[in-house]
Design a protein around this ligand. Structure first.
Ligand code: IYR
Length: 228
């Protein structure tokens, strides 16, 4: 192996029963997470958002370039502008603009059980929108010169850790992906080598929040794993 600087690494050794109990307990808490589309405007401490982003920033990633940026949008004007631009795209997607839908019949069929449409009031109601950017370049410099690696994988894992931390803090989240979403780069003042990946909407569920029954159907372990 090439010489490189190292530091010691160790983890607390847990007895097996404790290991199993911790994994099952976190699984049970994560099982309570739902994608929420009905948010209240109740405020959320910014420290929760900061901690969740710090947690996301520890995600495994290509060459430790940490190719992500999290733009936290809280201003009502910015949220409204993002809602308006996102809804304009969504109206084209669903064909609610009077034209043919951009989405295929099959895609619209797949969404029927979720009950989604072009209306996205949560983009204004929720206290925070975290717009996640994937840095195709410039993970270690700020001028977009350095090549990054495994960008989508890295940022996808970071988003999972972000969402898990927010859930653990008792907050509801929604991953929203208007398509196309290039407008988010300008709305958040980000450079051209960054690609918006998703909006993570964060807040508390409204009192009358519901989730689609379809969302509760999870594939069992036997279907999602094979042991070789
Ligand atoms: N972006 C649209 C459509 C949409 C697509 C998928 I795949 C979903 O799981 C949910 C929605 C919207 O937000 O309505």
């Amino acid at each position: 192996m090439k010489t490189h600087e190292t530091v010691p690494y160790s983890l607390e050794t847990l007895p097996d029963h404790e290991s199993v109990a911790r994994a099952q307990s976190l699984r049970d808490r994560l099982k309570q997470r739902r994608t929420c589309r009905y948010f209240s405007d109740a405020p959320v401490p910014p420290e929760v958002i900061e901690a969740a982003i710090e947690a996301a920033g520890t995600a495994p990633n290509g060459a430790n370039h940490q190719p992500w940026h999290f733009a936290v949008v809280q201003s009502p004007e910015k949220k409204r502008a993002i809602r308006e631009a996102a809804e304009a795209e969504e109206r084209r997607f669903y064909g609610e603009d009077g034209g043919d839908p951009k989405a295929s019949e099959e895609w619209l069929g797949a969404l029927r059980d979720l009950g989604t449409d072009a209306d996205k009031p949560f983009l204004e109601t929720a206290p925070y929108l975290i717009v996640v950017f994937a840095q195709r370049k410039g993970g270690i410099d700020e001028d977009g010169k350095t090549q990054n690696y495994y960008v989508n994988e890295s940022v996808g894992i970071a988003c999972g850790m972000l969402i898990a931390t927010l859930h653990e803090a008792g907050l509801a989240t929604l991953t929203h992906t208007p398509s196309p979403m290039g407008f988010l780069r300008e709305a958040c003042g980000r450079p051209k080598w960054e690609k918006p990946l998703m909006i993570v909407v964060v807040g508390r569920p409204s009192e009358d929040a519901t989730v689609p029954a379809h969302a509760l159907k999870k594939k069992p372990l036997s279907q999602i794993s094979s042991w070789l």
